[in-house]
Design a protein around this ligand. Sequence first.
Ligand code: HEM
Length: 491
Amino acid sequence: MFSSLGSLANSLSGPFSNMGRLLSSHPSRQVRELPDGTDTVRVDLPGNTQLLFVRDAAVMATLAERRGLDRGNGVNLLRSVFGTGTLFLMPHDTAHHRRAGEFNRLFSQRQTDASTPDIAARACRAVETVGAAVAAAPETPVDMQDVILRYLFDVGAWAITGVDVDLGAEVAVFRRGVDALHREATAMLKTALAANAPWTADYMAREARDAAREFQEAGRRMLIAGAERHGLADTLALRALKRYGIDPASVDASTRFPPGILVEVSMNLAASLFTTGNLIERTLDHFERHPDELRALRLSIREDFPAGVRDLPQLRNCPTLRALLPVMLAQSPVGIVSRDVVEPTEFVDGDGIHHQLRQGDAVIFDVEGMQARQALKLDQALSEEGRPTLDVLNQRHDDVMQVFFHGPNQCPGRFLAVADSALFLIEMLSSFDLHSLDRQRPLERGIVNRLGGSPLMRLSPVRPARAEASPVPATPTRTLPPSVGRAISPP
Ligand code: HEM
């Protein structure tokens, strides 16, 4: 369906206040306020430009491949914060093609499947560390954001370099940067200003920019650690050194790296943190608010993973993952993907209406809403027990997977994201009851969707724990309780 600003305004509160709200908030918030049943919504903006909200997966699949849609001036503000060499902000040029190709090869489904035991070992370690802290001081609340981020730093740095790198000291600056970004760079007005007058970007989001620079220390430490592996493995860190003409054998603690490579490596790590971190935190929150689902999930976990995930060779479809994965995807932190129209292009929407996009227009893809509509198809894709679960993320299943986008910018970290969050969640949810101190944490929609309020939780071990576990059935045949895996509509 197609609706102009006029009809949209009728369903909201009048064109002027609607425009004011549009400009003062983030499109991730706006898109949730669009009338139900609208697949393509156009909003006319001042200056004869239009903003198009796309909520039809088939249209997204078509437009994601078009050269006319790209990351253009609309990401000026974010580029000024993170750096122009940030892969998730690069336009479709040769440099992007090469770097995205490397990333996709090194983080492929095959690689991630092969890494499952290593990731699982880190998930077990993270949960055991929390267990020890809780045993020592049962009443002391745990900062779960910190626990999750430390785990993701471990996995991310290892995946990028091939070695363990202790980046615990960088957690605080990362959190500071994300908080500042939410405060300073959420309003669409700022994005629009930086798009039209690029010089203004430098005057915005100063705290976030300072934190991103400070976070480059994580990149420096990963490059030094990763260089030691030269000749042993092919990693993103070594690829980056090679592209910059730096001989890894010459790298040591005193090496001064060009700023570009530090941006590249630190932002690859950041991409894995502010997405997956929020997904895990929101999924824990979901199960805290849905105790029946949690009970049913724990029963599944006891049957499917009686010894936990340690030494698990691969994630394979089973009742646990069939229940868990849809909940995780519904808590995805990336609500929208936005694109600038850099060349005129046209398309026909699901209702047969012809749309013309002109240079300067902007397109917002509602990936969160589109994912929610794929619930049944996703459930079918996960229903074949014993098949590798990460299959649902490969391109043959693009119809069930929208949160990672499509086309040349489809998330290359998606296999890792699903594997590391599922492994952590299975261990954590089966080991502990978690109670937030802040009972009503609001969902803050912005550059990523995240929970506001306090991340402090009180943890108590689940009793009786694994002693009660029954042996793994040769072929699990249980049907899931109806409540499990239903929470797939956006909150
Ligand atoms: C829940 C977890 C995640 C979600 C929902 C997610 C989602 C997305 C989406 C929607 C995009 C396209 C953005 C755009 O084109 O504007 C993207 C791109 C990207 N993601 Fe992820 N992502 C996740 C985890 C990860 C992880 C773990 C990594 C790294 C290991 C990663 C690395 C990247 C990179 C480098 C890009 C840019 C790709 C390109 O432009 O070629 N992401 N992600």
